[in-house]
Design a protein around this ligand. Sequence first.
Ligand code: AMP
Length: 191
Amino acid sequence: MLNIVLFGPPGAGKGTQAERLIEKFGLVHLSTGDIFRFNIKNATELGKLAKSYIDKGALVPDEVTIAMLKDTVEKNPEAKGFIFDGFPRTTAQAEALDTFLAEKNTSISRMLALEVNEEELVKRLLERGKVSGRADDADVSIIQNRISVYNKETSVVKDYYENQNKYTGINGIGNIGEITQALCDAIEQLA
Ligand code: AMP
């Protein structure tokens, strides 16, 4: 299986690039943010719980997120592999993912990280907020909070994969197609 963690701060372009990569490599796109938003839209219990965190720009608790992630992987038994987008966001999530994949006799192939500076992230998220309808994209203080949560809780996940020699950084600024190409080149090296 080809299991990629597509990593990066909010606004780095993970969702956009994941959509392009799944087509090329026939993988399943698993975005925890998208699954939460689906649940919010459908007013499920999970959605109600997640909304209280997402609207503030905080992380949804690990046990809730990990259970949802496992459930989604289980629902895709035929998958050739996954692109994990927005997960793992804490070291505890990364450890849980490793344990879970090991039980399935598979593992993470590589973390590909989109590197984008903070000024550009804020600019992109405010632009996206005009069309995404996402409350967490519309307010600059919530955006700042998401970036600070990333810096405090999520950026360390890079070290977790670096320690396993599985980290590749990709410049996430510039032409979307060229960034896709850089990601594809990195994935092709894994084959
Ligand atoms: P995203 O669409 O990846 O930007 O995620 C939107 C929001 O969903 C985040 O700001 C978090 O509140 C929540 N979320 C998504 N993925 C996770 C995760 N792996 N752990 C905790 N919260 C998450």
